[in-house]
Design a protein around this ligand. Structure first.
Ligand code: GLU
Length: 306
């Protein structure tokens, strides 16, 4: 019996903190071309679980920008703020099996801990065995996931073999914050599984988070998707483009932005210059060649899009 060809389902999951900049467009272009190249589906999700960072009109703005760049998503747009019950259920499952513990450590208390692979403090285990008797939503209490001695290995489709010892590189990490919000790591793992995402294509700034997400998938009994991390666009100071670095919005000329993102990913250009985003996509979906993407974590942003 032969195996039917795998139909991929990809997604783009921007956080609505500001308008779409060049770095996020690169991730959107890569995930879209990757999914559509094999005839797969592509979903759009607004990662607004961190309501404190979300900016009111940013989601609508991003959606309009994507439409102007010729992206077509399948199904309805998912919003994390409408999915809190799903995160509650995942958290309850982890808690029932004692995978999480309550933590009262303040940021100041952790300031002396060494920095880990993802640029965050490695949790020193302070509250791990303290058995603090609290309700889930008690003020000032965060919930951390035990990492045990798990060593997570996976092969990224561009960045190659990856390996992280969670205990020494990250430590027990927060899945529910002291302000009651679910952490990004928990939310996206539940979202991607519920949505049947098979291929996660995103910026390499999230490469160091991937082992935590795989660990969560294992504890929750969820399938592990394929991963492809594209280089992150950085400014001359070496910072990832963001609202904080004042990165400009990609709005003005959508065709030029698409072509610049395509070149950033070192993808084959068409012999005849496309005249519209839809002509660009006709070529791009056909020509997508992930093996050409530079296997590095960051690359300089073209000056025009800084
Ligand atoms: N929402 C995340 C961001 O904008 C991306 C999440 C993901 O792709 O896994 O950085």
């Amino acid at each position: 019996m032969s195996t039917p060809p795998r139909v991929a389902r990809g997604r783009f999951a921007p956080s609505p903190t500001g308008p779409l900049h060049f770095g996020s467009l690169v991730a959107a272009v890569a995930s879209y071309a990757d999914a559509r190249h094999g005839g797969g589906e592509w979903r759009l999700r607004i990662d607004d679980v961190d309501v404190a960072r979300a900016r009111g009109d940013a989601a609508d703005d991003i959606v309009a920008t994507l439409a102007r760049h010729g992206f077509h998503w399948d199904g309805n747009i998912v919003r994390q703020t409408q999915r809190i019950q799903r995160y509650d259920a995942a958290f309850a499952a982890l808690r029932a099996r004692d995978h999480v513990f309550a933590c009262r450590c303040s940021r100041a208390a952790l300031a002396q801990a060494p920095l880990g692979a993802a640029g965050e403090r490695i949790y020193p285990g302070t509250c791990r065995d303290a058995e603090i008797a609290v309700g889930v939503a008690d003020a000032g209490i965060a919930w951390r996931l035990r990492v045990d001695d798990a060593v997570i290995e996976f092969t990224d489709r561009v960045q190659g073999r990856q390996r992280q010892a969670l205990a020494t590189d990250v430590g027990d990490f927060v899945v529910r914050r002291s302000d009651g919000l679910y952490a990004y790591q928990l939310a996206i793992v539940v979202d991607d599984a519920d949505d049947g995402i098979t291929d996660i294509v995103r910026g390499a700034d999230l490469l160091a988070s991937t082992p935590r997400q795989i660990w969560l998938q294992r504890l929750l009994g969820l399938p592990q998707p394929f991963y492809l991390h594209v280089p992150v666009a950085i400014n001359p100071r070496g910072d990832k483009l963001s609202k904080q670095t004042g990165a400009r919005a990609v709005d003005a000329d959508s065709l030029a932005s698409l072509i610049a993102a395509w070149q950033f990913l070192d993808q084959p250009l068409p012999s005849v210059a496309p005249a519209s985003p839809s002509q660009f996509w006709e070529h791009a979906i056909r020509a997508w060649t992930p093996s050409r993407i530079p296997p590095v974590n960051m690359l300089p942003c073209p000056p025009h899009w800084l």
